[in-house]
Design a binder for this molecule. Structure first.
Ligand code: RI2
Length: 312
């Protein structure tokens, strides 16, 4: 059966042509929806099997952003107890549409809540390129607060370039700094706002490599750290002790292969994410409200709808 739509999206997620935890999740939901519409199956069991194959391809693309398996899980639940292929198909497409819409709505809500924590005159530091973190900053600016942003470069993939483009387009005064300059500027900063790829049950935040250094530096300088994260970035399986896998990407992103091969004793390491402990985070802004990180468990129980039995 044709898996083109799914493999194409999977390739784009892997290569980071589609990136950012929220965007990855929406792209996966769209791919599952489109695949469901094209699958020809003689009965629901065959339809389910085909959809599960597609879901597995999508989930395997990037291991860290929990938004991806959460979105796939929500969409796949649309098959439920469907008696016919058509019922199963419409269950999937409905769930996919619902997820995409609720995700967009969540970004708007978080922008509204997050902007309330940004004061007139604030200088804000952000790291990487987070749709929701930027939505908070842009909403604060839109509501008339005079703000200034410090955006990091974000080695090795330079997502900071996307960030400064977006901030510039919004007309926000922005300073572009290299990652290692954060501590040099921290005393100019009033607030750190970042996104998340995953939030664990104990309130730790997994985000772009360097986030924990930024947060540590902020804590030392007594600067508040806000994390903007939709509820589908909370990781249900951490409730039963699973750890988040930190993706290690190709070394060529850090050092070109031609140079690396002249250095036989050097191993290039390229973890894409790191873990910021709950103690370094003041608040997590979700679409369901603003919580201290220690309340992550409540979000997982109340809003993600995973049944503990599903983990066994
Ligand atoms: P939004 C990104 O990962 C960054 O780590 C970013 O902070 C996080 O996802 C959340 O992004 P990558 O795809 O969902 O650049 O807020 O590796 O856009």
């Amino acid at each position: 059966m044709k898996l083109m739509i799914v493999t194409d999206t999977a390739e784009k997620i892997k290569s980071m042509e589609i990136r950012g935890a929220g965007r990855i999740a929406r792209a996966a939901a769209e791919a599952l929806r489109d695949h469901a519409l094209s699958v020809q199956a003689p009965h629901t069991a065959a339809f389910r099997q085909e959809m599960e194959r597609a879901a597995a391809i999508l989930v395997a693309t990037r291991p860290t952003a929990v938004s991806l398996p959460n979105a796939v899980h929500l969409v796949m639940n649309g098959i439920g107890q469907a008696g016919t292929v058509d019922e199963a198909r419409s269950g999937v497409t409905r769930r996919a549409e619902q997820f995409i819409q609720s995700s967009q709505h969540a970004v708007e809500k978080i922008a509204e809540f997050g902007a309330r924590h940004i004061r007139d005159g604030d200088k804000i530091l952000t790291h990487c390129n987070s749709e929701v973190a930027l939505a908070c900053i842009i909403e604060a600016h839109r509501s008339g607060k005079e703000i200034e942003v410090f955006a990091t470069e974000v080695r090795p993939r330079n997502q900071g370039l996307i960030t400064i483009q977006t901030l510039n387009d919004a007309g926000i005064k922005t300073n572009f700094i290299v990652d290692s300059a954060v501590r040099s500027f921290i005393h100019d900063i009033d607030l750190v706002v970042v996104g998340a790829d995953a939030v664990t049950v104990n309130g730790a935040v997994v985000n772009k490599i360097g986030t924990s250094q930024v947060a540590h530096t902020a804590v030392e300088a007594r600067v508040n750290v806000l994390v903007a994260a939709e509820t589908y970035k909370f990781a249900p399986k951490t409730v039963v002790g699973d750890l988040i896998t930190i993706e290690e990407r190709p070394s060529s992103e850090v050092l070109p292969d031609e140079i690396a091969k002249t250095l036989p004793h050097v191993r290039v390491r390229n973890p894409a994410f790191d873990v910021t402990p709950a103690e370094f985070i003041d608040l997590i802004i979700t679409e369901q409200g603003v919580i201290p990180p220690q309340m992550a468990y409540i979000i997982i129980r109340e809003y993600l709808g995973w049944d503990i039995a599903e983990f066994h």
